[in-house]
Write a protein that binds this ligand. Structure first.
Ligand code: BES
Ligand code: MN
Ligand code: ZN
Length: 491
C-alpha cells in the first residue's frame, strides 16, 4: 500500500473516498465541520435525521456531497467523545479500513488523526491510523489469489497532516510491514512454511538492509552445541530443524543488544502424545512467536531504530514417527540440565530452552521470548491479552506500557518459585509438564530455569496470535508491543 501525507483542506482533496470520524455527543469538529459548511449542512442534517449512526465503529458511505471534491465520504461513528480511548480509536480506524478493503475503491484520503484520543499526540494518532489502515487492508492471497473483478484492498492511502508528521508516517509504515510479514508467515500452510522456509525468510530480510545479517544453524551445528532438547523435538520430522539468528546493528557496536527469541514450531501434531483431530490444523500457527519476532525485527530494520537487536528463531516441526522422542525419555539440553519428557506435546519449552541458552552469548540488555506456548494461557486470558511472565518488575512495566501504547496489550502472570515444585521429578533435573494447575505459569517457570542470569521475560501469545472463529487468521501480535518496546529504548 502506498502511503502519503496530504495537508490540503478536506473539502478540496480529490479522492475516491474521504474518511471522517464523528462523535455521538458533540458538535461536528474539524474537518467534519468544514465539510458540513461546504455542503450546506449535509452532515448535520443527516445526523439530525438519524441517517448517520454515530455509535462506535458504525460506518456510512455518502455520495456526491455538494461543495466537496471527494467522490464519496465514509463516516465512522466514534461513540462518546470522552470514552474515545486508544482502543476505540484503533477500532474505528480498523472498521473504516475494513469497509475500504471490501469496497471497490482502491484509493482513499483519511482524516481520522484529527480526532482527540485521550492524551495521545498527533504523532501517535497518525502513526496508529496508518498502521490500522494497512492492517485492515492485508489480505492473504498466496494459496488463494484474489479473483479479477473482486474488491481489491486499498492500493494507496493519504493521511491528513503536514511534513512534521513524516516520522509518524514512517513508524506506521514500519509497523505495517512487520505485521504483514508476521501475519503472512502465520497464515501460510505448514507444507509451505517449514523450518527451512522460516530460514529463507530470515535470509530475505537480512539481504534487504545493509546493517542486517543472518546465520542459520543446521542439525550438525546444533548437535555440536549440545542442543539436545531442540533436536529431540524435531527428530520425528522429515523437515529438518533450523536455528535462525538475525542481527541488526543500529547503535554502537559495543552497545549490548536486545534479544528476541521465537517459538517456531511450524506444525505441532503433539508428537507421540498426539493431539486430538479437532482443530489440529490450527497448530500451523504454532510458529507465530517466531513470526512475530521476525516481524518485529523487520519493523526495527525498516525504521532503522537506534538499537542493536538479535532475533533467534527455534524452527522445528513436531511429528510422531519411529524416530520421534517419546514420553518417558530423559533428554539433555545445551544448559546441561536433564529433562524428563512426560508429554511430547509440551515441545515449545524444549525448543525454546536451548534457543535461550544459546542467546546468553549475546549478553542481552533484555531478552524476550515469544511463544504460542500453552492452551492454559488461552483459558486464563482469552484472546485479548498476551501473557507476560518475568522476575523483573521494571521489564514487566516496560512491556505493559509498550503494549498499551501500541494497542497490543499484555497482562502479567506470576512465576513465583512456589510453582517450581510442580516440575520436580525423581528421574531428571525437571520434567517438561507441571500438571493441570496454572499450566501457562509452569511453562514460564520451566523457561525461567534456563534464563536465570539474564534480564528475561516470556510472552505467551497462544490466545493473541491468531483469531480462532472468524477466518481472519494470524494477527501478527505481538509485533506492536515488541516494536514499541524498542522504539521506547532507543539510545
Ligand atoms: N502449541 C501448543 C499450545 C497451544 C494449544 C496453543 C492450543 C494454542 C492453542 C503447545 O505446544 C502445547 O501443546 N501445549 C500443551 C502443554 C501441555 C501438554 C502441558 C497444552 O497447552 O495442552
Ligand atoms: Mn504442543
Ligand atoms: Zn506447540
Amino acid at each position: 500500500m502506498e502511503i502519503t501525507l496530504n495537508n490540503a483542506p478536506a473539502t478540496t482533496v480529490e479522492t475516491a473516498c474521504l474518511v471522517l470520524g464523528v462523535f455521538e455527543d458533540q458538535a461536528l469538529a474539524e474537518p467534519a465541520a468544514s465539510i458540513d459548511a461546504a455542503s450546506d449542512g449535509s452532515l448535520s442534517k443527516l445526523i439530525a435525521a438519524g441517517d448517520i449512526n454515530t455509535d462506535g465503529q458504525q460506518t456510512v458511505m455518502l455520495h456526491g456531497l455538494p461543495g466537496v471534491s471527494a467522490e464519496r465520504i465514509l463516516i465512522v461513528g466514534c461513540g462518546k467523545a470522552d470514552r474515545f480511548d486508544r482502543v476505540s480509536f484503533q477500532n474505528a480506524c480498523m472498521a473504516a479500513g475494513k469497509v475500504l478493503r471490501e469496497h471497490t475503491v482502491t484509493e482513499a484520503h483519511i482524516c481520522l488523526a484529527e480526532l482527540p484520543v485521550e492524551s495521545m499526540d498527533a504523532h501517535w494518532r497518525t502513526r496508529q491510523a496508518v498502521f490500522a489502515f494497512d492492517h485492515a487492508n492485508y489480505l492473504y492471497t498466496t494459496t488463494k489469489p484474489l479473483k479479477d473483478g473482486k474488491a481489491q484492498p486499498l492500493a494507496a492511502a493519504s493521511f491528513s497532516g503536514g511534513a512534521d508528521l513524516q516520522g509518524a508516517l514512517e513508524e506506521g509504515i514500519g509497523l505495517g510491514i512487520g505485521f504483514r510479514t508476521a501475519r503472512e508467515l502465520g497464515n501460510l500452510p505448514p507444507n509451505i512454511c517449514t523450518p527451512i522456509y522460516l530460514a529463507k525468510e530470515g535470509k530475505r530480510i537480512a539481504a534487504s538492509y545493509d546493517n542486517c545479517s543472518v546465520e542459520i544453524l543446521k542439525r550438525r551445528a546444533m548437535a555440536e552445541l549440545g542442543m539436545e532438547a531442540l533436536l529431540n523435538v524435531g527428530q520425528g520430522s522429515s523437515n529438518p530443524p533450523r536455528l535462525v539468528v538475525l542481527k541488526y546493528q543500529g547503535a554502537a557496536a559495543e552497545e549490548k543488544p536486545f534479544v528476541f527469541v521465537g517459538k517456531g514450531v511450524t506444525f505441532d501434531t503433539g508428537g507421540i502424545s498426539l493431539k486430538p483431530r479437532e482443530s489440529m490444523d490450527e497448530m500451523k500457527y504454532d510458529m507465530c512467536g517466531a513470526a512475530a519476532v521476525i516481524g518485529a525485527f523487520e519493523a526495527c530494520a525498516q525504521m532503522q531504530l537506534n538499537v542493536n537487536l538479535v532475533t533467534v528463531v527455534a524452527a522445528v516441526e513436531n511429528m510422531p514417527d519411529g524416530k520421534a522422542y517419546r514420553p518417558g525419555d530423559v533428554i539433555g539440553s545445551m544448559a546441561g540440565k536433564t529433562i524428563e519428557v512426560l508429554n511430547t506435546d509440551a515441545e515449545g519449552r524444549l525448543a525454546l530452552c536451548d534457543a535461550l541458552t544459546y542467546s546468553e552469548r549475546f549478553e542481552p540488555q533484555a531478552i524476550i521470548d515469544v511463544a504460542t506456548l500453552t492452551g492454559a494461557c488461552v483459558v486464563a486470558l482469552g484472546h485479548h491479552a498476551s501473557a507476560i511472565m518475568t522476575h523483573h518488575d521494571d521489564l514487566a512495566a516496560e512491556l505493559e506500557q509498550a503494549g498499551a501504547k501500541a494497542v497490543d496489550r499484555g497482562w502479567r502472570l506470576p512465576i513465583w518459585d512456589d510453582y517450581q515444585s510442580q516440575l520436580k521429578t525423581p528421574f531428571a533435573d525437571m520434567k517438561n509438564i507441571g500438571g493441570l494447575p496454572a499450566g501457562a505459569i509452569t511453562a514460564g517457570c520451566f523457561l525461567s530455569k534456563f534464563t536465570e542470569d539474564m534480564r528475561w521475560a516470556h510472552l505467551d501469545v497462544a490466545g493473541s496470535a491468531w483469531k480462532w472463529n472468524a477466518n481472519e487468521g494470524a494477527t501478527g501480535r505481538p509485533v506492536g508491543m515488541l516494536t514499541q518496546f524498542l522504539l521506547d529504548r532507543q539510545g
